[in-house]
Design a protein around this ligand. Sequence first.
Ligand SMILES: [Fe+2]
Ligand SMILES: [Fe+2]
Length: 211
Amino acid sequence: MSNFELKHKNASKFSEHVAYKITQCLKFLLNIFYGKKYAKRAVILETIAAVPGMVAGMFNHLKALRRMKDDDGWIRELLDEAENERMHLMIFLDIAKPSWIERSLVLLGQGVFIFVYGLIYVLSSKIAHRVVGYFEEEACKSYTEYLNKIDEGEVENVIAPKMAIDYYKLPSDAMLRDVILRIRDDEAKHRDRNHLFADAYESKNLPAHQH
Ligand SMILES: [Fe+2]
Ligand SMILES: [Fe+2]
């Protein structure tokens, strides 16, 4: 059973305000293009969401080599996060097909985002993880709205994509709603872990890996 909870970490410190502002700017941009188009919005969201884990994983991998120090298993966790987000993308591609304009926008967006996120990570890993924490808060909200629309009958609850059934080991008659519940649980986990990573940078006490 899921113990999903919508949560928000109040921004009190300067670094938290910066991270929150960055997230709000990204959200604003996304809303201009995809206010209520949930499936398409999810496709675009996931192309971005799958970047930070890989970038953070790479920087921590290099850091472990440089410092000749164990990473307590969190490189693996960050890479797993990136892979999990990539699977979300593959699942939504079954539901919404992006146009060539959207594909070009994603291409451009990735170029900018990988550069900006990499730069933030180098300047302040704490802020970088906080950004992901806030980003995932928004993802949780967005998927909650998506679920509400399905419940209200505004969005059709189609049969779950085969890829999602395999990935989440769902029963063969699972529906889109079941899939979104699982995806939202993933986002909640990313949210909590990234806020925790940011807290840990604050206290210089990095948490151990968690499954
Ligand atoms: Fe995701
Ligand atoms: Fe996520």
